[in-house]
Ligand binder design. Sequence first.
Ligand SMILES: C[S@@+](CC[C@H](N)C(=O)[O-])C[C@H]1O[C@@H](n2cnc3c(N)ncnc32)[C@H](O)[C@@H]1O
Length: 157
Amino acid sequence: MLAPVDWSKVTIAVEYGPGSGRFTFAMLERMRPGARLLAIDTGEEFVKKLRSAIADPRLIVVKGSAGDVARHLAERNLDEADLILSGLPFSTLKPGEAEAIMAETASALAPSGMFAAYQMRTVIRPLIERHLVLLRRNYEWWNIPPCHLYWATNPPR
Ligand SMILES: C[S@@+](CC[C@H](N)C(=O)[O-])C[C@H]1O[C@@H](n2cnc3c(N)ncnc32)[C@H](O)[C@@H]1O
């Protein structure tokens, strides 16, 4: 999931739905000193646990929705994101909510930024294609359960 990312170009990263932080740790390992990672989760318990589990000055953990990503970045004086990684369960989100999150994602992502998502189902694919340009996809058999991987960027402006 993280292999296609050029970490030398990532100054601002965002993670949607970090949960227990499996990807959060992996992203921080790859990020440069001075880069920032804004992790947004609606779950109060996940937010508390993540804040106490990772003491890294590059990490900002926010309790909120991915649908407000642009506001969360602006409130912290952070620019558009070079990378947005999503762990959100798009297949269980309300259709309007999923659409709004993808629209917000396109506006919060830098022109050459990358959106990356892993999903058990393919519901996200048409959403990506409506708001972004799909760069690459894959299917990871070795994950339990296996999952679909997507990488996308903004259409040319
Ligand atoms: C499948 S879990 C992610 C697992 C996590 N990435 C991991 O590797 O442990 C989905 C996460 O998305 C969060 N979530 C659901 N809807 C959200 C939303 N609208 N904005 C931000 N986080 C959300 C949930 O609280 C949960 O932590």
